[in-house]
Structures are given as structure tokens and as C-alpha cells.
Design a protein around this ligand. Structure first.
Ligand code: ADP
Ligand code: MG
Length: 333
């Protein structure tokens, strides 16, 4: 675990985080711990606990859960279970990876294919983390896309078989949501009664906000770094933001971001700049924020109404307009 206390200036954190809790000034200070995993800063803040464990121990323990998941779920990290399966094309997965992959395949169906866990080779080709980015060869995009879309992920129990030749599993769009779910469950089991988990674009609130009233979570502006697009007021719950500003590069005035359209293999251009989803669990919030971003506001609204009645969303369009599915949930700045 790499501790990041050196990054603890609040303006720097605001610039990095897509969602950020705004706490009441009068609230008691939580025990907080930070680490770095899934390419982002993770923070656990524990305000109150009823069991034997101290808030400090709970915050540190929650982060250990997330740190332990990366070696399982990363598509690329050397030795990670999914990365190894991608290389060998056949694998016997752990119970945990198999269960999450099964959920990913279900969400692929439920999202009409907008959330697609088969895009790992394309994401690697685009290399959005490169210090000197360049556009991939369109013919290569086309070839990888054809193989990804034409290939099956077969999961029989824990036995995984990958079809195709180049297709790679990538659970990056749900890994943080899953880590958030696991951390929350662990915290509740161990006596935390009021806590906040921040994992880049995924947030979980546990218990009532210290000081009373709903939790206030700021959504980062996709247009200006360090600025806030608005504030969500939520009870206990799970939130996830997917944003075109989060990761990517700009070439000749054109933005190329890390959320790919599974129909084209290119960054999704759906008229959205950012989507925030409030859902009954972290995996669903994370998967749907990615899927909604791909689909665009109108198709995402149709899907939400047809299949996800318990889910709310805030859309921030490239034209600067916003739409929230529930009155009183989001206040634009
Ligand atoms: P972040 O991980 O930055 O919070 P997301 O949850 O939206 O953002 O996930 C984006 C990541 O998911 C990408 O970095 C890539 O690994 C993967 N990905 C990109 N496009 C898709 C897609 N259409 N469906 C599923 N996963 C995707
Ligand atoms: Mg996601």
C-alpha cells in the first residue's frame, strides 16, 4: 500500500477526484486513511464505530480490502488473475473473480452491450496513460474490435475459456465499484456505523451523515479542472461518475478519452461530458455510469426507465446542460 499523505492538499484532491464529499464544518473529524490502487487515490473515512475496533483500525482495514483486490482484477498487472487468464486464454479462476466476471457478463446483457468487458486489447492499444499519446492505426482498431465483438467469454463454474485471438477481458469499469461494495461490507461487519469511502469516481456513504441531514457529494466539472459542476444530496448509498475529462489526451484540438464505444472501438461520442449514477450497489453504479456515458442521455434514460427502476442519474452534456432523473437530488453550481 502506497500512502499518499503528501497529496493531501484539498485543492489537489479536488482536481483528481470526480466525486468529493462536502462535510459540515461542525461535524467531528473522521479517522481517515489513504492509499493508491486501481490507478486512483482511495480514501476511507470512519466517523463512528460501535464494535471493538477503533475508527483508525477500521479505515486502514477497509483500504487493505481494496489493495488485496487489485492483484485479482487487474487486466494488465503482472500476475493478476484476470491478466493471466487473458494471456493463457484458459484459467481456473478464484471464486471471487469468477463471481464478478459472471456479474460483468450479466451487466453486458442488461446494458444492451454498452458496458462491454471484452475491450481490454482496444484500451491497451489506445494507451490513454501514455506520456506521448498518438492515434492508433484505424485498421488495427478495426481488427481488434472485430475479434472482441466476435469472441465469447465462456465461464463454466470457475473454468474460464476465452474465444478469439486478441480479445482481452477488462473489468476496469466495475473494479472500483466492486472494491467499494467489499469495503462497505467489511466495515459494517466490523462495527463501522458512519463512514465514507472515496475511490476516484466511486463513492459510498455508510450511515447518517455526521451532523445530520443528507450527505452532500460534489460532482467535478468535466469542463474546468478543480471546479464543481454541482452537488448531490444523498442518503446512505452508492455513487459513480464516468467522465470524458478523467483520462485521455487531446490531439489537434480533439479530445480522446478512455471510455470506448463498443460499436466503434473509438472514444464514445454521445454528447455527454459526464454521467453520475446513484444505485443500490457499487458494481451497478460503476457499470451503469460507463454504459450511460456510451449510450448518451436519451438512450440511457430509456434503459434506466425500462430496466433499472431503483437507479438515478445526473447527465452533464457537452453543451453544458444538465439533467437529473430525480427532483431535489442534484443542484447545479
Ligand atoms: P474510471 O475507471 O476512470 O472510473 P469507468 O468506470 O467509466 O471510469 O471505466 C472506464 C474503464 O473501463 C476504461 O479505462 C477501460 O478500462 C474500461 N472501458 C472502456 N470503455 C468501456 C466500455 N464501453 N465498457 C466496459 N469497460 C470499458
Ligand atoms: Mg464505471
Amino acid at each position: 500500500m502506497r500512502h499518499l499523505s503528501f497529496l493531501a492538499s484539498s485543492s489537489r484532491l479536488l482536481a483528481l477526484a470526480l466525486l468529493l464529499s462536502l462535510c459540515a464544518c461542525a461535524a467531528p473529524k473522521p479517522a481517515s486513511a489513504e492509499s493508491f490502487a486501481f490507478d486512483t487515490i482511495l480514501r476511507a473515512s470512519v466517523y463512528a464505530a460501535s464494535g471493538d475496533a477503533t475508527p483508525e483500525a477500521l479505515a486502514a482495514g477497509a483500504l487493505r480490502i481494496a489493495d488485496g483486490l487489485e492483484p485479482l482484477l487487474s487486466a494488465h498487472a503482472q500476475g493478476a488473475e484476470i491478466a493471466t487468464a487473458n494471456e493463457k486464454r484458459e484459467a481456473l479462476l478464484s471464486q471471487e473473480s469468477a463471481a464478478l466476471l459472471r456479474e460483468a457478463l450479466r451487466l453486458f446483457d442488461e446494458s444492451g452491450g454498452a458496458f462491454d468487458p471484452r475491450l481490454g486489447a482496444l484500451s491497451a492499444l489506445w494507451d490513454f496513460k501514455s506520456a506521448s499519446p498518438s492515434l492508433p492505426d484505424p485498421a488495427r482498431i478495426e481488427a481488434l474490435l472485430r475479434d472482441a465483438r466476435g469472441s465469447k467469454i465462456e465461464l463454466a463454474g470457475k473454468r474460464l475459456t476465452l474465444g478469439g485471438e486478441t480479445m482481452q477481458i477488462d473489468l476496469g469499469a466495475i473494479a472500483k465499484g466492486y472494491a467499494a461494495d467489499r469495503m462497505r461490507a467489511w466495515l459494517l461487519e466490523n462495527g463501522a456505523s458512519c463512514a465514507l469511502l472515496e475511490l476516484g469516481g466511486s463513492i459510498v456513504t455508510i450511515g447518517e451523515r455526521p451532523g445530520g441531514g443528507p450527505w452532500r457529494i460534489a460532482v467535478a466539472s468535466p469542463f474546468a479542472q478543480g471546479e464543481i459542476a454541482g452537488v448531490l444530496r444523498v442518503e446512505e448509498g452508492f455513487l459513480s461518475t464516468s467522465s470524458g475529462a478523467q483520462r485521455g489526451f487531446t490531439l489537434e484540438g480533439e479530445r480522446y478519452h478512455h471510455i470506448l464505444d463498443p460499436e466503434t472501438g473509438w472514444p464514445a461520442r454521445s454528447g455527454l461530458a459526464s454521467v453520475t449514477v446513484v444505485a443500490p450497489n457499487g458494481v451497478l453504479a460503476d457499470a451503469l455510469s460507463t454504459a450511460f456515458f456510451v449510450l448518451g442521455q436519451e438512450r440511457a434514460l430509456e434503459l434506466l426507465r425500462a430496466r433499472f427502476p431503483g437507479v438515478e442519474a445526473v447527465f452533464i452534456r457537452e453543451d453544458g446542460g444538465t439533467l437529473c432523473t430525480k427532483e431535489g437530488l442534484f443542484e447545479a453550481s
